[in-house]
Design a protein around this ligand. Structure first.
Ligand SMILES: [Zn+2]
Length: 453
């Protein structure tokens, strides 16, 4: 047996590798032990929840708890389940976790039930992990696959991303009640589509060359997931509750999680989520949803691949996604995210966070600095045909143009050594007039300093 580290071992997070030092074994953390789905499921859920505990603490936001608690009341009584509820607050933060831990102790809880979207479920999973208790997840929207995954994101009190925590297992039980999902605003489903789409664009970059069976399977699943979303999202959004809508809900809540679990940490995030993480440090973005920022982040990532790697596949992908985003209402630009008036300083702050040494942006097969990232961030809607014409392929090493796209649709690692070439579309978006100029200056400084050996 080989002792070389497997990418799958990294999926098991620092918490597990600490628990099992010097081990060449890898734990696969792929899926919840039990998944149940169906319309009206919660009203019947007492029996299955009772297998995991009799004194659950429900963790959620106000709206989610108001929707879910009445559905559980009768079935809880029938199965002698005594529950209490705790609001997770504004974010899954260290402070709110301490508060919820107290609520759990006060209730003498033996089970945590997470109710809500990504943040509430992340809080519930992490609370259960820390307390050594089982956890049940009840998603109330299709905005993320947090109900499935063995991962919690921790944010500051004001909602800025801090770090993520890998958990030792996926939830014990996931209850997907379509009636509950249908109560969420359609915007949450659209955001979930954006978050799930990112799986392909990120995993194909980070893991497209993997020779490992399960990672190959995960990357291919991400591609299938993208295709399902591209095909069915429009109809699903137009007809909530329809068969098509259920398939898209399954895609964003379940399949996105399957893919993440199978592929492990390597398949999870690259630049799209790094851009999201950077943007959370700007207060103006707190009104936009996780998946909306991630969807915008996909365009930024593709733009980086165009600008730095001269990837034609990235240009074609961006063209396809721009049309799709416009159809279903995902944000294409900073302006769409409520950042039309962003200052260059604020943008730089977000870019610095996204380019921090430990950031997943460095899983891209080329180096990225904050100035390059800012250039990509302000030009996500640069004309795709114009970009093709103005790219000077002659100036890069021969063969790259063809090598940039493999016949199987994977991106190659062929990268350009000359950093950022040009960005003819820096005046994109309705940003403050001098922002493009300032960013251009920063880029030319970086580029010229690179050219001088
Ligand atoms: Zn995400």
């Amino acid at each position: 047996m080989s002792n070389s580290p497997s990418p799958l071992s990294s999926s098991v997070s620092s918490s597990v590798s600490n628990a099992v030092p010097h081990s060449s074994f890898t734990a696969l953390v792929i899926a919840p032990a039990q998944v149940m789905r169906g319309a009206g499921l919660l009203q019947e859920a007492g029996a299955v929840i009772a297998r995991y505990g009799q004194r659950p603490l429900l963790v959620g936001g106000k709206r989610s708890l108001e929707i879910v608690q009445p559905r559980l009341a009768a079935t809880f009584e029938q199965h002698n389940i005594t529950s209490a509820a705790a609001l997770y607050g504004k974010a899954c933060s260290e402070k709110s976790l301490t508060r919820m831990r107290q609520a759990l102790d006060d209730h003498q809880g033996d089970l945590v039930v997470g109710v809500g979207g990504g943040k509430a479920l992340d809080a519930a999973k992490l609370l259960a992990h820390q307390a050594g208790l089982p956890v049940v997840t009840i998603p109330t929207s299709a905005a993320t696959c947090a109900a499935w995954t063995a991962l919690s994101n921790v944010y500051s009190e004001v909602g800025a991303f801090q770090y993520d925590v890998g958990l030792t297992q996926c939830p014990n039980l996931l209850l997907l009640d379509y009636d509950v999902i249908a109560t969420a605003p359609v915007r949450t489903l659209i955001a979930g589509i954006g978050d799930a789409l990112a799986k392909w664009y990120e995993a194909s970059v980070s893991s497209g060359h993997s020779q490992q069976t399960l990672v190959i399977a995960a990357v291919q699943q991400a591609r299938v997931l993208r295709d399902i979303l591209l095909q069915k999202s429009e109809e699903a959004i137009a007809q909530p509750g329809s068969a098509e809508w259920r398939e898209v809900v399954d895609a964003t809540v379940l399949m996105a999680g399957v893919m993440g679990g199978l592929g492990g940490a390597q398949c999870r995030t690259v630049a799209a989520h790094a851009v999201h993480n950077g943007l959370t440090h700007l207060a103006q973005t707190h009104s936009s949803l996780h998946g909306e920022k991630v969807a915008y982040g996909i365009l930024v990532q593709l733009r980086l691949e165009e600008l730095i790697q001269n990837s034609q596949l990235a240009i074609a992908s961006r063209r396809q996604l721009m049309q799709f985003y416009e159809k279903i209402g995902l944000p294409l630009t900073l302006k769409d995210l409520g950042l039309g008036g962003v200052t260059v300083e604020a943008l730089e702050q977000a870019a610095q966070v996204a380019c921090a040494p430990a950031s997943d942006i460095h899983r891209l097969p080329f180096e990225v600095n904050p100035a390059q990232l800012m250039a990509a961030m302000v030009s996500t809607t640069a004309p795709t045909d114009l970009t093709l014409k103005t790219m000077s392929f002659e100036s890069v090493s021969p063969g790259l143009r063809n090598d940039g796209i493999r016949s199987d649709g994977m991106r190659s690692d062929g990268l350009r050594s000359d950093g950022l070439r040009q960005d003819p579309e820096l005046t994109a978006d309705s940003l403050s007039p001098n922002i493009s100029q300032k960013i251009s200056q920063k880029i030319s400084q970086k580029t010229s300093s690179k050219e001088q050996p």
